[in-house]
Design a protein around this ligand. Structure first.
Ligand code: UDP
Length: 388
């Protein structure tokens, strides 16, 4: 017997499942992949044993106390703090943009106030009433034109292949800009990587007597026991797949970017000296290179001394059926999304959640926070109404 069907076992689906299971509901999770956890899944590389983030680097960070307490029920975290560097025109700079980046770029020794004044003068062309209009206006207002062109334009043209004036400002404000030498990538209070890996963490979340997981099970396969046609209308459903796919793309496709990761085992103990190196130049075809051993310095003794695993990351538009990673959110997408939201409102027993189900650039901690609050506000009252 199932009280609630969850389609997709990423962090939104798993959190929702766990909450419902702990509240006494019998929960079935289905996922079309052969593993759970969505894109956060990681696995040891078979040759080296180094933990590889199968769908690109996932760094856990949050300032939300409730989320931090929640995730710590299922895993402990290492003290890992994320740092990123970027190579532009043959020189390596710290990212996100900070006083070190600014002084290195201008070969100068500006104080914080001097650097602020310089960047403000280099952003003077942006009309203050239009700063938040798009990625370009926001980006230039934050770092000035020369730094925007060096560090954002090339990288963003590869990552999004979309005119920065079409992209929302919220993409660039993901990155802090600091007038100190602090080059931590994130600003959050809590940060770390799951001590024994993402697979162990995510599997523990699903490990509950009221949760049943069916992998290799496609909601859109009419033959499946848990297909859309067999379940919607008969069971409450939490759907975390792409919202446009749910409605058979009837209002048109929402734009997504996907990535290809090219893995390579290199015969050295250290290939690039840091976990992530971005490449700002357009003529370098990849956006960044991950070197996975650096995510777990505490495992140095167990990782091989003479081998390392890197992944070059290439970005491209996702076609239907390919793995969607990043919602593009251009004006045409926002218009379509509005119509999909109207359609979603006509499906009273289906809750759309997670990055794919809401078409929002949610980080892991945001997906968890969203699932916790939507469980309390929507699913719990619904389930208790059902059982009355
Ligand atoms: N970005 C950039 N240059 C960089 C790093 C980031 O232009 O060196 C831009 C790019 O458009 C990217 C966005 O900032 O999509 C957000 O970066 P973040 O590192 O948050 O991207 P994610 O890790 O989610 O891919």
């Amino acid at each position: 017997m199932t009280d609630l069907l969850i389609v997709g076992s990423g962090l939104f689906g798993l959190t929702m499942a766990r909450e419902a299971a702990e509240a006494g509901a019998k929960v079935t999770i289905i996922d079309r992949r052969d593993h759970l956890g969505g894109n956060a899944w990681s696995e040891p590389d078979p040759e080296t044993g180094i933990e590889v983030h199968k769908y690109g680097a996932h760094l856990f960070h949050t300032s939300n106390e409730r989320v931090w307490e929640y995730v710590n029920r299922f895993t402990s975290f290492t003290p890992y703090v994320h740092h990123v560097y970027t190579t532009v025109n043959g020189v390596v700079y710290p990212m996100p943009v900070n006083l070190g980046t600014i002084n290195q770029f201008f070969q100068a020794a500006y104080s914080p106030d001097e650097a602020r004044a310089l960047i403000a003068s280099q952003a003077a062309d942006i009309d203050p009433t239009h700063v938040d209009d798009n990625f370009r206006t926001k980006g230039i207002s934050l770092v000035g034109k020369p730094l925007f062109e060096a560090f954002f334009e090339g990288y963003t043209s590869k990552q999004w292949q979309t005119d920065p004036e079409e992209l929302p400002a919220s993409i660039v404000t993901r990155l802090p800009v600091r007038y100190t030498y602090d080059n931590r990538y994130f600003n959050d209070t809590y940060e770390g990587l799951p001590t024994d890996g993402y697979a162990a963490w995510l599997t523990r979340m699903s490990d509950h007597p009221n949760i049943t997981v069916h992998l290799d099970t496609d909601f859109f396969d009419p033959e499946s026991e848990f297909s859309k046609s067999r379940t919607v209308g008969n069971l409450p459903v939490v759907y975390t797949g792409p919202i446009d796919e749910y409605f058979d793309y009837r209002e048109g496709d929402l734009g997504w970017r996907t990535i290809d990761l090219e893995l390579e085992v290199k015969p050295t103990g250290d290939s690039q000296g840091c976990p992530v190196m971005n490449y700002g130049d357009r003529n370098v075809p990849y956006t960044r290179i991950h070197e996975f051993r650096h995510f777990h310095p505490e495992r140095a003794e167990t990782y091989p001394k003479d081998k390392t695993v890197i992944a070059r990351e290439y970005s491209r538009f996702a076609k239907r059926g390919e793995e969607p990673y990043y919602p593009i959110n251009a004006a045409a997408d926002r218009k379509r999304l509005k119509t999909y939201h109207e359609l979603a409102a006509t499906e009273p027993n289906v809750l759309f959640g997670g990055r794919l189900g809401t078409y929002k650039y949610l980080d892991m901690h945001m997906a968890i926070a969203s699932a916790l609050s939507r469980f309390n506000n929507v699913v719990a009252p619904f389930l208790s109404g059902e059982t009355k």
